[in-house]
Design a protein around this ligand. Structure first.
Ligand code: GCU
Length: 668
């Protein structure tokens, strides 16, 4: 693919007003860093491209001395506050210093500086320290080797085509983009490892994997591979993949040795086992810990990690079975082995107990497990949240998860603390997102979906940022510094999650989506199927009783969360139907009945999409034509989708309940 055949997103480096930055950046000193280091070279290249594009400065003078107006300095000294991969920007007496503890920190520091220049901020007197909140900050790609992307909504893979691994200008620009927001780990292939992807750990592909891993290394990113748990059978011709079988262990030992010989910088493996038809240790009567530890022990000598997913549940349920509760399965499958996992295993836990719905409680594994490394998995690809057609800025949702108090101990018990290592004092923790990119010109289908692509990285690096701050940064870097654009686009982004929630499934119940594709409404689409995703609506009411009188899911939380969720009165209303079965005439805190709430929110949701469109239209003159048109076209599809949801949901509940809308609006 031709260089330039894709957007540079927030690294476009278009002309900016110089608010004084030009006075520093033309005279650069490298102090304590070698200009020959691969990552330092990349940082310098980026600096060069940034100042040329934004400030019109063709080049800078680079010196290995402390005397210059921009000093790129290695932070040393005992009282050093700058941590691994962290950086500090400091301006004093006409000298701007980017101080970092290591090369990755320097790369991030330069990106931070370029961000400020792009946002037209003054650098005078700046003193800002940024240390990464989570040690591991990852993008997981669900890319298949034939070039398709599972749950991909923006074209084909740029990592694979026709069963080959691609390493080209686009993969380099990908690395530039994600490293500029602090991502330091990338899983290139789908968690459902099948066919050719099973062979990624063999000689057939390892040379190419090394090439890509080396490109990533330039940008401080470690490459990870998702592996097929049944590899010993499928690749090795063994009869079993039992983790306690010596032959199986021997097979993995040899394979891992060969993988690391070819790709010494590999970060490790991501494993989806015993999940949705994927093989795993349960097949052999073993625990998840047996499976994870077997691999962890063998990969440990190479410094590798095993990222083991907790998305384990029975996907062949009978809808008549009211005892089995999919929401409980993750906790039940893992909690018994808390403390048994080796230190280089990290359990990767989806934010909620179900599957990336627009509203779910936080997984009770956070706070439930105390002696196991944990990382959070969220989804930036909008599988259930509008598929990069509907606007749905997800950073507010991710923030809620980070801010959730698990009460597993008195202090430092937020999810953010757990995945930063502050709660239990562990090193191997982190955060991962299922990525939303493809080979579309603009990477993410809708241009507004790039706010999630950008925002996840920024939030992963700095848990303290607000959704609003991140939105503003992204708008200024990508669309415009014009105040009107910033204000209006921010408004669109910040309301979008709630708007989406209003016209789709109410009060935390989730689903109601078209089976398989997961776009569009089908209230009973999954109701009588095997996936365990029921809303249980009948003529009396709706919701799943997950209290202690029901499935008992509420009891998986620590107090006082367990008590709050267990009580119909105290349960946070946005999660009411997740935890309780409620009659249609139940009065909500607003004074409205449940059924009226359903009608009202669905009418409002559509109206708010119309308002969103009007806001966007008012920016036609200020936003580049192609971007404007692409978003506008998707907004029409969003409006159609919202109307369809409104009408399906309202008609369904009107017909079930027989209760009319108080306002007499049109319901079919
Ligand atoms: C969802 C999604 C699948 C994916 C799975 C997972 O169920 O629809 O495509 O494989 O999550 O996270 O493993």
């Amino acid at each position: 693919m031709e260089q330039g055949a894709w957007s540079q997103l927030w690294l476009a480096y278009e002309k900016r007003q110089d608010r004084g930055a030009g006075a520093y950046v033309a005279d650069v000193a490298l102090n304590g860093f070698s200009g020959e280091h691969r990552t330092v070279k990349r940082a310098l290249e980026e600096l060069q491209a940034g100042i040329r594009g934004m400030l019109g400065i063709e080049g800078y003078r680079l010196r290995e001395t402390a005397e210059a107006t921009l000093v790129l300095k290695r932070g040393t000294g005992a009282d050093q506050e700058i941590q691994k991969e962290g950086f500090c920007l400091l301006e004093k007496d006409g000298v701007l210093t980017v101080e970092a503890a290591d090369e990755s920190g320097l790369l991030y520091g330069v990106a931070g500086l370029l961000r400020l220049i792009a946002m037209e901020k003054s650098l005078a007197g700046i003193c800002s320290l940024s240390n990464p909140s989570s040690p591991l900050r990852m993008y997981d790609h669900w890319d298949n080797m034939d070039g398709s992307i599972e749950r991909g909504y923006s074209g084909h893979s740029f990592f694979f085509r026709e069963n080959e691994v691609l390493v080209d200008g686009r993969t380099r620009d990908y690395a530039r983009l994600v490293s500029s927001v602090g991502i330091n780990g990338v899983v290139i292939n789908n968690v459902n490892v099948k066919q050719a992807a099973t062979w990624l750990i063999t000689d057939r592909y390892l040379d190419k994997v090394r090439e890509l891993a080396e490109l990533f290394e330039d940008y401080g990113i470690r490459l990870f591979l998702a592996v097929n748990y049944a590899s010993p059978i499928e690749l090795g011709g063994l009869e079993s993949a039992d983790p306690l079988d010596l032959e199986v262990q021997g097979w993995w030992r040899d394979r891992i040795a060969q993988v690391y010989q070819a790709v010494p910088s590999l970060g490790g493996f991501l494993v989806k086992a015993d999940s949705e038809g994927r093989p795993g240790p349960f097949t052999y009567g073993r625990t998840q810990a047996d499976g994870a530890n077997m691999l962890a022990r063998l990969i440990e000598p190479y410094g590798g990690l095993i990222l083991w997913r907790c998305f384990v549940y029975n996907c062949t349920q009978d809808w008549r079975d009211r005892k089995t509760d999919r929401a409980k399965a993750g906790y039940d499958s893992f909690i018994g082995q808390d403390g048994d996992y080796l230190d280089n295993v990290i359990l990767q836990i989806k934010n909620g107990p179900m599957d990336f719905q627009i509203r779910e409680p936080v997984s009770p594994l956070f706070g439930g497990m105390r002696k196991t490394n944990q990382m959070l998995e969220v989804q930036v690809a909008q599988e259930y949240t509008g598929q990069q057609i509907d606007v749905c800025y997800l950073i507010p949702l991710f923030r809620e998860v980070l801010d959730f108090d698990t009460y597993c101990q008195e202090d430092n018990a937020l999810v953010s603390d757990i995945i930063s290592g502050h709660t239990f004092g562990n090193q191997n923790t982190g955060i991962a997102a299922v990525c939303n990119t493809g080979d579309d010109f603009n990477w993410t289908g809708s241009d507004l979906a790039a706010a999630n692509f950008y925002g996840f990285g920024r939030l992963a690096f700095c848990h303290g940022l607000t959704a609003e701050e991140i939105a503003e940064e992204w708008i200024r870097l990508t669309l415009s510094n014009e105040e009107e654009v910033v204000r209006k686009v921010k408004k669109i982004l910040l309301c979008s999650r709630e708007v989406y929630e209003k016209y789709t499934s109410p009060l935390g119940i989730g689903w109601m989506v078209t089976p398989n594709t997961h776009y569009g409404c089908s209230v009973d689409g999954y109701e009588y199927s095997r996936w365990g995703t029921y809303h249980r609506a009948d003529h009396l009411g709706i919701g799943v009783d997950r209290s202690m009188r029901g499935t008992g899911y509420a009891g998986q939380y620590q107090k006082p969360n367990a008590e709050r969720y267990d009580s119909l009165q105290d349960c946070p209303e946005e999660l009411l139907l997740f935890f309780h079965r409620v009659p249609y005439l139940h009065r909500l805190k607003s004074g409205k009945t449940l059924i009226q709430h359903i009608y009202d929110t669905h009418f409002e949701g559509v109206e708010e999409v119309e308002e969103m469109i009007a806001l966007w239209e008012s920016l036609k003159e200020s936003i580049s034509g192609e971007v404007y048109d692409r978003v506008r076209e998707r907004m029409d599809r969003q409006l159609e989708n919202a109307r369809e949801w409104r009408d399906q949901v309202n008609a369904y509940f009107y017909r079930k309940s027989g209760i009319p809308d108080e306002k007499g609006r049109e319901i079919y």
